[in-house]
Design a protein around this ligand. Structure first.
Ligand SMILES: Nc1ncnc2c1ncn2[C@@H]1O[C@H](COP(=O)(O)OP(=O)(O)OP(=O)(O)O)[C@@H](O)[C@H]1O
Ligand SMILES: [Mg+2]
Length: 257
């Protein structure tokens, strides 16, 4: 959390957050973004849903600009941006405002440039960013090029990426690959670790106490041994009722399935 907050306030430009599935990456990112008090866009790359087209990506960007405008009361700024960036249109106003981007005419670098000029700081966060690699190809969008452009030219635009598949995210960004547009750029890296054993025990005891559920220490220890400190599984176990969930989690891909 503090690491992300310092990143947003500091001078670094690019942050990658790693961590195994369900360890809490998205939660940490979202809490930090809302604490940071800085305008941001949040895009979950999994929302491309296998539709790895420019059109779909631009839909996601339109929604995040709409949210940016409403949440941060940036209607005036969004309207100015729409005036200078080709293909960006603003429909409605106030909470009814909606930003539309013409995927066939708009360049992301123009849009990011305009955001950079109109805002003191802007955070672009992309959850499960390794999925963006699927967008590459003729007539699509090479997001690594876009990110390299941002890194090199837009000092006040900070990029935060998360990835459960560290290897894929690394390969996608290609920081060590001389052929990648991002080669040699500096990246901050944060790995979200599972809870320690003690913290996991504490977490479950507190959780069960809150709900007034009686659970023996033996049962808690058994769960902790199996759940490896992965907060997503611990909460799942805590919420679903311990007896049912330890068994059913085998079937939904729990850590020991
Ligand atoms: N600090 C926390 N305390 C309690 N519950 C938490 C905490 N962090 C995350 N959770 C819960 O754990 C679950 C998994 O968290 P989250 O979705 O943030 O993980 P993730 O690493 O992004 O997972 P995925 O790899 O599936 O995207 C969520 O249900 C979330 O509400
Ligand atoms: Mg997530």
């Amino acid at each position: 959390m503090n690491f992300i907050l310092s990143f947003v306030k500091g001078r670094s430009r690019l942050l990658a957050i790693y961590g195994v599935r369900r360890v809490g990456k998205t939660s940490v990112l979202k809490v930090a973004l809302s604490e940071a008090g800085v305008p941001y866009c949040y895009i979950d790359a999994r929302m491309l849903e296998g539709d790895f087209t420019r059109r779909r990506l631009y839909q996601l960007i339109s929604s995040c600009l709409t949210e940016l405008s409403v949440r941060w009361r940036l209607e005036g700024i969004i309207r100015s941006i729409a005036r200078i960036v080709r293909g960006v249109n603003v429909l409605g106003s106030g909470v009814e405002l909606s930003v539309e981007i013409d995927w066939s005419r708009t360049y992301l670098t123009d849009l990011l440039n305009a955001l950079s000029r109109h805002l003191d700081v802007f955070v672009l966060s992309i959850d499960e960013a390794q999925v963006l690699r699927m967008l590459k190809g003729f007539g699509k969008v090479d997001m690594v090029q876009v990110l390299a452009y941002v890194y090199d030219n837009l000092g006040n635009v900070k990029v935060i990426l998360t990835g459960s598949e560290v290897g894929l995210l690394h390969d996608f960004l290609g920081l060590d690959n001389p052929r990648s547009p991002l080669h040699g750029r500096f990246i901050e890296e944060l790995t979200i670790r599972p809870f320690s054993r003690d913290l996991s025990i504490q977490f479950l005891i507190t959780g069960f106490r809150q709900y007034g559920v009686e659970v023996s220490m033996g049962e808690i220890l058994e769960a902790v041994n199996r759940l490896d400190g992965i907060v997503g599984w611990l909460t799942y176990y805590g919420n679903a009722g311990y007896a049912v969930s330890l068994m059913s989690m085998r079937f939904i891909g729990g850590p020991w399935s």
